[in-house]
Structure formats: structure tokens, C-alpha cells
Design a binder for this molecule. Structure first.
Ligand code: GRF
Length: 220
């Protein structure tokens, strides 16, 4: 049996996090075997094709309900029989049946220091609230939006010069470092989920997850 864990990525858009995962996979214990997008023209699908990875457009607009779409999505994912399902800018809420089917092997990255700023528009809301810090969180997915156990959290200090675009760029630069690392740690069995808690090298993590800062994103 191969030690390389098989990963399916779900996305809806640009796919810069998919790109970071692809760029790191030769040095990692995971392999991306399929990419599925609910938006047929997502650039992320093109990135997958360029790497000769199965790229599946699955337009949610042609399905009669969220449940019908998610049932089909589940079938498409199951065909790959993946070890891990990685949400990378997947902009649809998943139905409870889908989450339960793949729970404990379904992860997401959300651009905020969860549990603060769940949902959309985190950059604008953080700036409007004059928050001193912002960041991004890799977490397991549960049926409640942006609420599962944290794996890694990366934090930055908001500068007075920041605007939405600069914050987005700084946060995404951190995402591109920590998301491939998180997937690799799970693939190597160093990160595990036991009874809704995340363990790292056989020690339970604090609720915020493994915490890193923008000036030092190294994780041993
Ligand atoms: C990322 O910033 C991620 O935090 C959020 O969606 C964005 C996707 O960006 N969930 P990309 O498509 O990976 O460039």
C-alpha cells in the first residue's frame, strides 16, 4: 500500500490555494487526484488540467436543490475514493448529509481568526471594526459554518496602511504556506482528529490550533 494520501479538492474560483498545494506536492505525502468546481468556468479547473489532473465542472445551477446537487457531488467525490477532501475557496454551504459522509476527512481554510468573523467579507469587516489582528484558519468541517476543530491558525498584525486588497494578499500569502503544510501533516498522520479534538504528534492542540505568525510561518 502506498504511503501517499489521495486528495480531492473542491473549489469555486481562482484556485491559488490549489496552486500552492500542487506546487508543494512533490515534497509532500499527498497527491491531488481530482478537482471539482461548482462553477464550470473556475480558473482552478484550468490549473488542474495543466497538471493533467481530473478536472470536473459540476454546475450547481442545473440542480433542483442543494440536496440534489450535494448527492451528485458526493457520488463524484466517492468515485475518487480519496483519503482527504480539501475545500479551497469552495463557496457553497455543504448539506449535513455530505458533511456526515466525509466528516473527519474534510477540511477547509477560512480567512479569519476563527471563531471571529465566520462567513463572507472578512477583510472589510475586520477593517471596519479596526481590529488589530487578522489571519486565516485551517479547520475540520462540521455541519455548522466555519465551526469545526482548528488545525492551524496564522495571524498577522493589521497595519494602518492596510486596505481590503493588501490584507487579502497578506492573508493569502500565509494560506499558501500553511494549507499545503496542514494537508501534508494529515497525510503523514502527524495531525489527527479524535473525538472532535485535533492532535499534533500525539498531543492535543489548544482550541485555536497550531498558532503561527506572519513573520515566522515555520511548522516543524
Ligand atoms: C481563500 O482566501 C480561502 O481562505 C477562502 O477562499 C479563498 C480562495 O482563494 N476560503 P483561491 O481560490 O484559493 O485563490
Amino acid at each position: 500500500m502506498s504511503d501517499i494520501k489521495q486528495v480531492v479538492v473542491l473549489l469555486s474560483g481562482n484556485g491559488s490555494n490549489l496552486q500552492a498545494l500542487l506546487d508543494q506536492q512533490d515534497q509532500s505525502s499527498y497527491q491531488i487526484i481530482g478537482v471539482i468546481s461548482n462553477r464550470p468556468n473556475a480558473y482552478g479547473l484550468e490549473r488542474a488540467r495543466q497538471h493533467r489532473i481530473a478536472a470536473i465542472p459540476l454546475d450547481h445551477k442545473v440542480f433542483s436543490s442543494r440536496e440534489a446537487f450535494d448527492r451528485r457531488l458526493q457520488e463524484e467525490v466517492e468515485r475518487f475514493d480519496p483519503d482527504l477532501i480539501v475545500l479551497a475557496g469552495y463557496m457553497r454551504i455543504l448539506s449535513p448529509d455530505f458533511v456526515h459522509r466525509f466528516s473527519d476527512r474534510l477540511i477547509n481554510i477560512h480567512p479569519s481568526l476563527l471563531p471571529s468573523y465566520r462567513g463572507l467579507d472578512t477583510y472589510r469587516r475586520v477593517l471596519e471594526d479596526h481590529q488589530p489582528a487578522h489571519g486565516t484558519t485551517v479547520h475540520y468541517v462540521t455541519t455548522e459554518l466555519d465551526s469545526g476543530a482548528h488545525i492551524i491558525q496564522a495571524e498577522l498584525t493589521v497595519s494602518p496602511a492596510d486596505n481590503e486588497e493588501s490584507l487579502r494578499q497578506r492573508v493569502q500569502a500565509m494560506e499558501h504556506r500553511i494549507y499545503p503544510k496542514a494537508v501534508d501533516l494529515i497525510a503523514r498522520g502527524r495531525i489527527t482528529l479524535k473525538e472532535h479534538k485535533v492532535w499534533f504528534d500525539n498531543r492535543p492542540l489548544n482550541p485555536e490550533g497550531y498558532l503561527v505568525k506572519e513573520d515566522n510561518l515555520e511548522i516543524p
